[in-house]
Each structure stands twice: as structure tokens, then as C-alpha cells.
Design a protein around this ligand. Structure first.
Ligand SMILES: NC(=O)c1ccc[n+]([C@@H]2O[C@H](COP(=O)([O-])OP(=O)(O)OC[C@H]3O[C@@H](n4cnc5c(N)ncnc54)[C@H](O)[C@@H]3O)[C@@H](O)[C@H]2O)c1
Length: 346
């Protein structure tokens, strides 16, 4: 049985992480930590956790020898410290996305993963979407040929989170780009086979979030405390010659939300939502659509994959290095926006 300690038992932990561990026959939640005592008591009672195994300080949870893995579901500014300390304490760690506030922090986490010999997984769950998994199989079989361009969109028309620290640049690292753009970018890099990024040109702007009276589809937020961008776009070049554009918004005057990746390859193209592939056969243009794709719970699938990787000693499904690559690209888009020119990614 893989013994699990939860750090940060807020919204994402309660809604999808805890149900996945409860369902997994090979995992057991044995300890929990949250600085919010009400949340700690509620979750502790629900899961029937021994009072001695409920902590408000994650340093104390990490001292529990019986714990095999910890699950970090704290806000972005509290990803690096518990992850590194967890790895150094000999625990495997799954950490919610994005890896951290920025690539500098992410690099320390990826280094700690290597030095500790323990597994680190960044929770980029979109990879387990059934359409994405199917498309990856087609790509790996060569059906797309050389993928030379990707268009990535994570766009909300009016979707500013009204809870947590999502509008606070210091605690979150950025706005939609780091919150939802990171998911879409990770998924696309996974599909493309993780080509090495070499440069980015980008822009990020705040046009709505700090404007009093902006309509909030998910409830009101504090306009005066809104310090992140509400739209960002980037153009990325890769070492293999491929390029990618990424657009991400919390607010934009568009018809509807768009979460999609489109790929162009020499043998075929594809869009993900819904999955459709495009190619030419026998001088005829054809579209291919899958049928009967499974409806996968992506968070559950990611947690099952990590527990399985620990139990069978497989590589981490999303190692720190891949979380770091996303962070480097996002940092470069923000830097390019500030400098008004293309910047190198090292
Ligand atoms: N994969 C996804 O689709 C997805 C979706 C939502 C959120 N997330 C990520 O999950 C993380 C948390 O988001 P959320 O929506 O659950 O936020 P939340 O605010 O609902 O929950 C965070 C919890 O962490 C606790 N916390 C804060 N500092 C702590 C500390 N030092 N020690 C222990 N606990 C502490 C808070 O009290 C709170 O209960 C973020 O990094 C976010 O990006 C991922």
C-alpha cells in the first residue's frame, strides 16, 4: 500500500485528488496538512484521519516515516519548498501545476528530484484526456509526419477565478498564462515529443481584471488587488525548426471559451477539441474522426499513473524537467513582453 500525505487540502485536493486516492486500491491517505484549521478539521473528519496525523505545518508531516509520497496542492508560491523538502525527506512527490512561480524555482525542484533519486511528477492532467492519448498514438505511429506548427489556445471570455490567490502576481506568478496556458502548452509539448525551445516573443496585458465593474461569470473578485495579466500571447521557436503560438485569457471579447490545440504536420494535421485529423490520401482530402473514445477522469488517471509508477518503479509520468520546460517558455513570454522583443530560452 502506498501511504500518502496531502499538503494543501483546498479546492482541487478535495474535488479530485482525494476521490482518486479513495478509489485507488493501492493508495491510502494517512496524513494531511493545511494552514486553514477549519479545512483541516473538515477533511480530517471526512477521511477519518487520526488527529495526530493532521498538521498545520508541512515540515511536521514530512517527518512521518510511514509516508511514501506527498501530494502538494498548495497555491503556486508554496510549491517549491514542500516539494524540495519532501524529496529530500525521501518521499515521492506529486505537485500541482504549474511547477512553481517561475523557472528559477522549477530548476531547483528538478535538481532536487535528480539528487534525491525519488520521483517528482507535475500534475499536468490534460495529457490523460482520451482524445489527447489517441492523437499521441497517431503521432507516435508517424501519421502526422513532421509536426512543424502548433496553435495552442486556452481562452476564457470572462473566467477570472474569484477564490484563492489566482489574481495575485506575487503568490501566483502570473495570470491565465501560468494558470491555464501552462496546461495547454504542456499538452502540446507532450504531443510534439518535447522539442527544445530556443526563443519566445510575447505580449501580456491587463485590460479588464483591474477595471471596476467587469462582469465576473464565476463571482466577483477584488479589482484593486488584481495584479496579473488577463491576456497573453506568445510565439515560440524550437531547435528542430517547429514553431508554436499560444494564446491565453481570463477575460477577452471573444464569442466563447476556447481550449484547443491544432497541429500541422507534413503527413497530416489535427485539432483536439473535438479530435479530428486531416490528411490527403490518393489525391483526395479526407478528415478522420474517432468514435467511442472513453470518457476519462484526467485527474484520477494522473494520480493512478503516479501511484503505479511508484509501485512498479517506472519513470515519473511528468518529471520535473518537463514541468521546468513549460516554466521556461512562460517566463520567456513574460520577459519578452516587458522588453518588447524576442528573448532566448536557455
Ligand atoms: N490541475 C488542475 O486542473 C488544477 C485546477 C485547480 C487548481 N490547480 C492548482 O492547485 C493548486 C491549488 O489550487 P486550489 O484551487 O486548490 O486553491 P485553494 O486556495 O482552494 O487551496 C489551496 C489550499 O492550500 C492551503 N495552504 C496555503 N498555504 C499552505 C501552507 N503553507 N501549508 C499548507 N497548506 C497551505 C490553503 O489553506 C488552501 O486550503 C494551485 O497550484 C493551482 O494551480 C490545478
Amino acid at each position: 500500500m502506498t501511504k500518502v500525505g496531502l499538503i494543501g487540502t483546498g479546492s482541487i485536493c478535495q474535488s479530485v485528488h482525494i476521490p482518486a486516492y479513495v478509489k485507488n486500491p493501492d493508495a491510502e491517505i494517512v496524513a494531511i496538512c493545511d494552514i486553514n484549521e477549519e479545512t483541516l478539521a473538515k477533511v480530517g473528519d471526512q477521511l477519518n484521519i487520526d488527529k495526530a496525523m493532521r498538521f498545520t505545518d508541512y515540515n511536521k508531516l514530512l517527518k512521518v516515516a510511514a509516508i511514501d509520497m506527498v501530494d502538494v496542492c498548495t497555491p503556486n508560491f508554496v510549491h517549491m519548498d514542500p516539494t524540495i523538502k519532501g524529496l529530500n525527506a525521501g518521499k515521492h512527490v506529486i505537485c500541482e501545476k504549474p511547477i512553481a512561480l517561475n523557472a528559477k524555482e522549477g530548476a531547483k525542484m528538478a535538481a532536487a528530484e535528480k539528487a534525491s533519486g525519488k520521483k517528482l511528477m507535475i500534475a499536468y492532467c490534460w495529457r490523460w484526456n482520451a482524445g489527447a492519448q489517441a492523437l499521441k498514438r497517431f503521432i507516435d505511429a508517424g501519421s502526422m509526419g513532421e509536426i512543424y506548427y502548433a496553435r495552442v489556445q486556452a481562452l476564457r471570455r470572462r473566467g477570472v477565478p474569484s477564490w484563492g490567490v489566482f489574481i495575485d502576481k506575487e503568490k501566483q506568478g502570473g495570470g491565465p498564462l501560468i494558470d491555464i496556458g501552462c496546461h495547454a502548452l504542456d499538452l502540446t509539448l507532450f504531443l510534439m515529443g518535447h522539442p527544445k525551445p530556443i526563443s519566445a516573443s510575447g505580449m501580456s496585458v491587463t485590460k479588464f481584471g483591474n477595471k471596476k465593474g467587469t462582469f465576473g461569470a464565476w463571482g466577483a473578485w477584488d479589482y484593486d488587488k488584481y495584479t496579473v495579466e488577463d491576456f497573453a500571447a506568445g510565439f515560440i521557436r524550437f531547435e528542430n525548426g517547429a514553431t508554436l503560438t499560444l494564446e491565453s485569457s481570463f477575460c477577452a471579447n471573444i464569442e466563447h471559451d476556447v481550449f484547443n490545440t491544432s497541429l500541422m504536420g507534413t503527413e497530416g494535421g489535427a485539432t483536439l477539441d473535438p479530435l479530428k485529423m486531416y490528411r490527403e490520401e490518393n489525391q483526395t482530402l479526407i478528415d478522420v474522426s474517432p468514435v467511442m473514445l472513453k470518457n476519462v477522469g484526467t485527474h484520477e488517471a494522473e494520480i493512478f499513473a503516479f501511484v503505479d509508477a511508484i509501485r512498479t518503479n517506472k519513470p515519473s509520468p511528468v518529471p520535473g524537467e518537463q514541468g521546468l520546460m513549460v516554466a521556461k517558455i512562460l517566463d520567456a513570454i513574460y520577459e519578452s513582453s516587458e522588453k518588447g522583443k524576442e528573448v532566448a530560452i536557455k
